[in-house]
Design a protein around this ligand. Structure first.
Ligand SMILES: C[S@@+](CC[C@H](N)C(=O)[O-])C[C@H]1O[C@@H](n2cnc3c(N)ncnc32)[C@H](O)[C@@H]1O
Length: 472
């Protein structure tokens, strides 16, 4: 995507300290913005999807400039594994001896050379300029030499060298699709007998996710979203896809009657509400509710069912976000789901969307794959088990718990459920895929038996896992 010119206003007068001056070509500011966000991700553990919109606003980047800055930021962060393998061959210095800021400039330049239509001379020249500004003239010469070598081949040409067919399959997939090896292995394990889909799954993780909206029932209609430019979505009865444009420009989104929400996230909330239940059905709970996507939908469904939702989160600011998402059928509290503020057996339906590695949402969080390691899975395990124990206590006999993760990693999904159920009587597994198919007729490829697993390459959704459990 070629950079475009932008009108230069008089924003410099109001420039915040530390904000680059709007001098030179606007595309320089675009690349500088991408670079600054990438650095913040590296050095301050910033989240690109949160920081980038702020930087774009501060620097007055809109339209095609904003789109290019977003593409460069996300693409560079996602492609790091592949780009480092290429850079290692093009640099006469070991990459670990290259300064952090300079290495990020090289990654940004490599992304432009191998994954965009930006002309090679422009990609190299702007990266060299950036290297000069962040690391000085000597390093700019080094950047020039390295990037000129990168420019000698296209991506496919480099992949035949850095990820050759016939080599170690995990290593090849890891470099070709820019995923750490441990994630490649974990995802292949999670695919089980469908392990041959791993290539497609890793490729889907690198696709830009579609923007999916939810029309919260009773508050907004799909027609309203279609009139605003959205299109029908394949799986959820309340979902619409927004092919382009800013969701916040839609009135229903601004008013909280609609929201951005992945289809799998919608369907697991709807399946909990649809799970078969005898007896009372008016007390619902969401024990890990922040930031409130599922609670927003559940509370809207509850309003039509004469039920009430208690939505809890450990973090006060996350609970605050939930308050902005729910209807007046919900009460939001700050509470630790492992140390209940409610009596045992208080609820008819309980959603437990546990904290997890987020390996199912790599499309949305470009840096997440580099931030987590196998240790994160092990660290989260005890909390996930404790929360599930607590959810099973919170539901009345006959009531239903939905254990949900936004990760397909087996150690966070079926292993947690199996471990907890092994240690206690009086809980039965429901046919989760069948309940999901009731709310989304025609839904296929989510598994058979007790557990359901969504996949980006099959469903175009996050890789969300769900187990419906009933206390007997
Ligand atoms: C995966 S997120 C939930 C996403 C949410 N269900 C949604 O759809 O927007 C997990 C949430 O659990 C919260 N959390 C972590 N530990 C908790 C605990 N011990 N008790 C309650 N909430 C907790 C986190 O603050 C985080 O907001």
């Amino acid at each position: 995507m070629p950079p475009t010119r932008n009108r230069r206003g008089d924003r410099d007068r109001n420039r915040r300290p530390g904000t680059p001056r709007r001098t030179g070509r606007p595309e320089d500011l675009v690349r500088r913005t991408a670079f600054d966000v990438i650095r913040a991700v590296e050095t301050r553990d910033a989240y690109a999807n949160l920081l980038l919109p702020t930087r774009l606003r501060e620097r007055g980047l809109t339209g095609r400039d904003a789109a290019l800055a977003t593409e460069l930021t996300y693409g560079t962060l996602r492609g790091r594994g592949t780009y480092d393998a290429v850079l290692a061959l093009c640099s006469d210095r070991e990459l670990r001896r290259v300064d952090g800021p300079l290495l990020d400039v090289l990654r940004l330049g490599t992304h432009q050379l191998l994954a965009t239509r930006i002309p090679a001379h422009a990609a190299v020249a702007t990266a060299v300029e950036l290297a000069r500004s962040v690391s000085g003239p000597g390093q700019a010469k080094f950047a020039n030499a390295v990037l000129r070598k990168v420019a000698t081949r296209d991506l496919d040409g480099w992949l035949t060298i850095v990820a050759p067919e016939g080599g170690n399959p995990t290593e090849r997939l890891s470099i070709a699709h820019s995923h750490p090896r441990w994630i490649v292995s974990a995802l292949r394990d999670a695919l089980g007998p469908d392990g041959d889909e791993i290539d497609a799954l890793l490729a889907a993780d690198n696709d830009r996710p579609r923007v999916t909206l939810v029309a919260r029932p009773g508050r907004a209609t799909l027609e309203e979203l279609y009139e605003a430019g959205a299109e029908p979505a394949p799986h959820s009865p309340y979902a619409a896809l927004l092919p382009e444009g800013d969701p916040a420009a839609i009135l229903a989104v601004r008013e909280g009657r609609a929201a951005v929400q992945d289809e799998a996230s919608q369907l697991v909330a709807l399946a909990l509400a649809a799970a078969p239940l005898d007896g009372s059905d008016s007390r619902w709970a969401d024990l890990c509710a922040g930031p409130g996507g599922k609670a927003g939908l559940l509370s809207a469904v509850a309003a039509g069912r004469d039920a009430r939702l208690l939505a809890a989160d450990l973090q006060p600011h996350r609970a605050g976000l939930v308050r902005g998402a729910v209807t007046d059928r919900a009460t939001v509290i700050v509470a630790d789901g492992t140390a209940p503020a409610w009596r045992p057996g208080s609820f008819d339906r309980v959603l437990l969307d546990v904290p997890c590695t987020g390996l199912g949402a790599l499309r949305r969080r470009p840096e997440a794959r580099w931030r987590r390691g196998p240790a994160s899975v092990a660290e989260l395990g005890p909390l996930q088990r404790k929360l599930l124990e607590s959810a099973l206590e919170a539901v009345r006999p006959g009531g239903v718990v939905a254990y949900v993760t936004c990760s397909p990693h087996l150690a966070e999904t079926r292993v947690v459920v199996d471990d907890v159920l092994r240690g206690r009587d009086g809980v039965e597994r429901l046919d989760t895929p069948a309940v999901l198919r009731e709310v989304s007729p025609g839904l296929e490829g989510i598994g058979e038996g007790s557990y359901a697993q969504f996949w980006p390459h099959r469903h175009g959704t996050d890789a969300m896992f769900m187990a419906l459990l009933r206390r007997i």
